[in-house]
Design a protein around this ligand. Structure first.
Ligand code: SF4
Length: 137
């Protein structure tokens, strides 16, 4: 019984592997990676890899899609949610906007109409730029 308990160190290792697997899958953008590729990159057995992937799927971070790869059925792992990108937040126009103190939902100055004076550098422009940068094509 004691031998089946996970030590704190082991839990940390599994968490680090889960984070690494998630990073790999997110790095594939919307294309996804086959589970075999992820297991191979992490040096995991199919049993351990499968457990890891199941955990990510249960957390709603990825989804699995059944595909044929090299004539064999496998699962493609596709990201569902993406981590926040700090670099992106650093460039949000609101941080340097002269209208920011008055800007609020329902106000005369608001994020929906984001004043025309900010042409090309309004909130909608920033959202579109960041979306394109994150998901090219
Ligand atoms: S939403 Fe537009 S107007 Fe409001 S603070 Fe941000 S950039 Fe300024």
């Amino acid at each position: 019984m004691t031998s089946r308990k996970m030590t704190a160190e082991k839990i940390e290792d599994v968490s680090a592997l889960a984070v690494r697997a998630y990073e790999l899958i997110v790095g594939s953008q919307t294309e996804g990676l086959t589970q075999n590729m992820v297991w191979k990159m992490l040096g995991l057995s199919s049993r351990d890899g499968s457990r890891l992937v199941t955990g990510l799927e249960k957390r709603g971070l990825i989804r699995r899609e059944k595909v044929v790869d090299g004539g064999r059925w496998t699962y493609k792992l596709i990201p569902v949610t993406y981590p926040a990108v700090v670099r992106s937040i650093e460039t949000i126009p609101c941080t340097t906007c002269e209208f920011e103190p008055q800007c609020k939902l329902g106000g005369i100055v608001n994020p929906i109409t984001c004043p025309p004076e900010r042409e090309g550098n309004g909130l909608a422009d920033w959202v579109i730029r960041e979306f394109r940068a994150f998901r090219p094509g």
